[in-house]
Design a protein around this ligand. Structure first.
Ligand code: FMN
Length: 347
């Protein structure tokens, strides 16, 4: 995983079953990081005793070092069970990265998803927490929450951005509305050996106007490029998103008003961005997550060694739904992108 912004760049190396995963970043402005906050934030991504979560429990202790504008974090993998993948040698799990990885380098060992595993999002959360803390010093907050599991819809910025939703980002993964129903949806799929996807919404508040860049430097482009580094993300949309395509201009446009000489944009179907620049409204986005590819239900695959058709049932330890654990990962991706857009603006 590699990303290069205007000021910040980072690389994540290691894999799910390697001794560790390491993130090295450059271009981080001076800051006083609160390590307790980093740990609390990373806690939100960890596997939990919950219906949606894998049973691979990792301590996720970050070993952080800093020098100048560099930031490095190493996280040891302590709970590896490669034996779970013995029966899958040469057999790609449908819709995981296995077959595409085989096309890229001929590998036949797909243990733990290798470098495509969401283990690599653990150190991303350490950097994400730092980016969030730097933004918070400037009064900018990044919060995300689960807005949909399968077809069960929860709180959404499209119905008005509430403080409750913004606090959800601080507290954990869910807004209370519909949580039980969402968990039932996951439990139902999981009992059937299946998995379920969903959506996460994210809002950035306190961002001044004019951050980003026209055309190829667009803020939407920068945020999306980082969001698509998150495994299982298959869609990113801003504000009204795909629903805008069905609206008339008169419905979709966000009116401007002056109140005591202060200019306001009254609604926010643009998601706080016009022409690639922030417009002073909260930046709002929504991410679609696919259902977890690894499921125990029988699926069709192939044996890449014998070139025969096979039926697979994936055992191992997997998240029945990746969405709740991905909430802090989304906050991290968005916070790093927003910080990278903000830094040149501050110069
Ligand atoms: C937090 C998180 C946890 C995940 N856990 C699993 C898992 O347990 N099993 C699995 O097959 N995929 C899991 N995934 C998704 C896969 O890593 C992803 O689908 C795969 O790498 C293929 O990439 P793509 O779906 O983006 O094409 C997880 C993703 C995230 C963000």
């Amino acid at each position: 995983m590699k990303w290069r912004g205007d000021e910040i760049s980072f690389e994540v190396v290691g894999s799910s079953h390697a001794p560790s995963v390491i993130l090295s970043a450059k271009g981080i402005p001076p800051f006083e990081a609160d390590e307790k906050k980093i740990l609390a934030f990373m806690e939100r991504r960890k596997a939990k005793k919950a219906v949606y979560s894998t049973k691979r429990f990792e301590a996720d202790v970050p070993e952080i070092s800093r020098e100048g504008d560099s930031f490095r974090v190493e996280i040891k993998n302590t709970n590896v069970r490669s034996g779970d993948y013995a029966d899958l040698y040469g057999i790609p799990r449908p819709s995981h990265a296995d077959y595409a990885a085989y096309l890229s380098d001929g590998r036949l060992d797909f243990s733990g998803g290798g470098e495509f595993s969401a283990r690599l999002t653990a150190p991303l959360c350490a950097l994400g927490s730092v980016a969030k803390q730097i933004l918070e010093e400037r009064g900018i907050r990044v919060s995300a929450w689960v807005s949909k599991i399968g077809k069960v819809k929860g709180a959404s910025f499209r119905n008005g951005l509430t403080n409750e939703m913004l606090r959800a980002g601080e507290r954990g993964e869910w807004t209370p509305e519909k949580q039980e129903e969402m968990e039932r949806e996951i439990a139902l799929a999981s009992r059937e050996g299946d998995s379920v996807g969903g959506e996460i919404e994210c809002a950035v508040t306190g961002l001044p106007g004019a951050v980003g860049g026209g055309s190829f430097g667009s803020l939407e482009g920068k945020i999306s490029s980082l969001c698509f580094l998150i495994p299982a993300v298959k869609g990113v949309s801003f504000g009204g998103g795909f629903a805008l395509s069905e609206m008339r201009g008169s419905q979709a446009n966000d009116p401007l008003r002056a109140e005591n000489h202060e200019i306001k944009i009254v609604k926010n179907d643009a998601g706080g961005i016009n022409g690639g620049l922030s417009n002073g409204n909260p930046v709002t986005l929504s991410l679609a997550f696919r259902p977890t590819p690894s499921i125990t239900l029988s699926q069709q695959s192939v044996n890449l060694v014998t070139r025969e058709n096979v039926t697979v049932s994936i055992k191992g330890r997997h998240d029945a739904c990746v969405v709740p654990r991905a909430v802090p990962v989304v906050e991290s991706a968005v916070a790093i992108a927003v910080l990278d857009a903000l830094l040149p603006f501050e110069k």
